[in-house]
Design a protein around this ligand. Sequence first.
Ligand code: GLY
Ligand code: MN
Ligand code: MN
Length: 436
Amino acid sequence: MDASHFLERRRGLLARMGAGVAIVPTADEKLRNRDTAFPFRPDSYFHYLTGFGEPEAVLVLVGGDDPKSILFCRERNEEREIWDGFRFGPEAARESFSFDEAYPIGEFDGRLPDLLADQPALWYSLGQDDAWDRRILAALNAIRAQVRTGRHPPPLIRDVRLELDAMRLVKGPEELDLMRRAARISAAAHRRAMAACRPGWNECQVEAELLHEFRREGSAFPAYPPIVAGGANACVLHYVGNDRPLADGDLLLIDAGCELDGYAADITRTFPVNGRFSGPQGDVYRLVLAAQEAAIAAVRPGAAFQDPHDAAVQVLARGMLDLGLLAGSLDAVLESEAYKRFYMHRTSHWLGRDVHDAGDYKDGGEWKRLAPGMVLTIEPGCYVRPADDVPPAFWNIGVRIEDDVAVTAGGCEVLTSEAPKTVEAIEALMAGEGVR
Ligand code: GLY
Ligand code: MN
Ligand code: MN
């Protein structure tokens, strides 16, 4: 992404802050075992403001009449670069990413008291990371110790995440472009999984098809651990074992999306392992699809965040009664929330850099109103565990259908539309017809 986008975001945050200093560190490298680290992923807030992908870095924004943005990062180091690869170093980072100033990360603690002294506010994510909290408090105490020289620490600490969450909630065109690409790659991965799947395969073999597609299209890693859940495993909402054989006659639920340049896709599709829905599987599937379509139809500017959920629940509750999963009147089922036995999660969450993205869901106690540029998932489901009072034909059927939608001026754009979801389209693809 062009450095100008990050510069614009830093200016946007400075405008929201007014006077004061913001400190936004990137993530720490985390050890996986002994001397081997997990793959590094920058902190989402830090990367949103900088585009800078190296570990051991922190952004300082100084607001007021003469605003500036300062990066602290690793120095060049020939020895380390031979082993671990290229580092920008402060000077090249300043130029490439349009910072006003840049210094070695080793100078951060020494320079911080001067940056914070006599500022009206500190904007920082207190409580997010113990080690960073201690560094910041040490700087505040260092200033406090100089009180007889007339210096004061900022009297106010504000949570910088609140402003950043509001900014991140509405995506810019360059962010939507990346999210479209992440969605297309993820949809292709789901098509690949559908085309490859066959009875007798293991869940892990289908997962390998997804990962193959993500990686070869340039995604660094999945946006979250993929769920590849055959048969009864589909009724375990956070199933990630992905190591059981797939039986002829079972459904397979796949919840998987890639991360591309820091942005997530989040898609669920459910399809028959053998390529043909049985009668009861088709009944539940068509019900969830109808609920999903009703929810998508409710996404438009001015609608409340809760409207798609309410639309999905109406359809699901009606269908659960029609299928004999529930008894009573529709009003009673909605009132008592009896549908939660089979649909126990929510229909949507914000989507962006994080799969469950930043952004409030309510404003002053009221559900947030949707506006162009917001991106949310639409993911109703129906999960039927065996029980004496449930018709056995539906036992162990678990269905979820999840798309990513961007709110537009006229309604919404389904970013993930290239992943087939009608019974007919899925069966045709699995029979070797149609688009792969
Ligand atoms: N894949 C996580 C979710 O659907 O919320
Ligand atoms: Mn989701
Ligand atoms: Mn999902």
